[in-house]
Design a protein around this ligand. Structure first.
Ligand code: HEC
Ligand code: HEC
Ligand code: HEC
Length: 211
């Protein structure tokens, strides 16, 4: 009787081992499958997360030409708020849209990254901020770290930092806008332009302040 129990246990253990072996043999197939799908995925552009204007705070410094302040003074910063105004309501009414601040048909151009999935919107992302830095410079979730290092320009680009240009502007400044005014890039850029001041410009600004 004792012997039989041992034999049964042995058979059981042996079959377990065999089962384990069989599964381990199957693994390569599974691995092969997943690498194939990963390969397919790399052909898609990498997605980067939106982090919100607060994370671009370094650029409020004078040495950066007060870029943050300058942006805040443009219409882009109020693009979402504007959707609650009388004119927006009138435009929306004609199109039978009840609330422009809730309609994809308006938000697609009046906030940043509207079409990005929710998982790509960081904690600090807010529609209230309107058309932000990231609408023109690309979602900053990944390049936030790499873009501040000069020797890392390539990495920053791979991480999603874009060079803003007319092609980017006309994704929103086009005839699909119900209030479309002809977009003249050369004139428009002057109204939203910002740059890092040169040494001379900084000197000039200092003198103007009487320092
Ligand atoms: C994500 C969409 C989007 C992008 C990208 C965008 N804009 Fe705009 N822009 C808007 C919206 C929306 C308004 C209107 C905001 C408002 O009036 O509340 C606006 C307003 C403006 C205005 C003010 C227009 C006026 O009538 O006073 C200028 C100038 C302008 N944009 C220039 C640019 C330039 C130049 C670029 C590219 C470098 C650009 N925009 C990229 C959406 C965008
Ligand atoms: C294709 C992009 C786009 C869409 C979609 C869009 N807008 Fe705009 N909107 C703009 C741009 C760009 C401007 C600024 C320049 C202009 O009017 O052409 C603007 C300006 C405005 C203005 C200010 C116009 C002024 O003269 O002061 C209002 C109000 C407005 N939009 C409301 C809406 C409403 C409401 C919707 C949804 C029904 C909407 N927009 C959809 C891009 C868009
Ligand atoms: C409407 C589009 C738009 C928005 C919004 C925008 N920028 Fe820019 N930004 C530009 C353009 C265009 C340039 C000039 C690019 C060039 O010359 O290559 C630029 C240049 C810059 C530069 C480089 C300056 C230099 O001289 O080296 C920095 C930094 C920058 N932007 C930061 C910001 C920050 C921070 C915000 C938000 C607070 C912001 N931008 C919002 C379009 C935009």
């Amino acid at each position: 009787m004792k012997k039989l129990t041992w034999i049964l246990i042995l058979v059981f253990v042996a079959s377990l081992l065999w089962w384990g072996f069989a599964i381990s043999q199957e693994k390569p197939k599974v691995v092969a499958k997943s690498t194939a799908s990963e390969k397919a995925d790399t052909t898609k552009a990498k997605e980067h997360a939106y982090v919100g204007v607060g994370k671009c705070g370094c650029h409020k410094m004078k040495t950066w030409g007060n870029i943050l302040e300058k942006w805040a003074a443009t219409k882009h910063a109020g693009a979402y708020t504007r959707l609650a105004g009388e004119k927006a309501k009138a435009v929306a009414k004609d199109l039978k849209i009840e609330n422009p601040q809730k309609s994809d048909k308006c938000l697609v151009c009046h906030v940043t990254g509207h079409e990005a999935s929710a998982k790509l919107k960081g904690e600090k992302y807010s529609v209230e901020e309107g058309v932000t830095c990231e609408a023109c410079h690309g979602p900053a979730g990944d390049y936030l770290k790499s873009h501040s290092k000069k020797d890392n320009a390539k990495q920053a680009a791979a991480d999603g930092l874009m060079k803003p240009a007319e092609e980017g502007c006309v994704k929103c400044h086009n005839e699909k806008s119900p209030t479309y005014k002809e977009f003249k890039f050369k004139e428009a850029i002057k109204l939203v332009e910002h740059h890092k001041p040169t040494k001379e410009e900084l000197e000039k600004a200092k003198k103007a302040e009487g320092k």
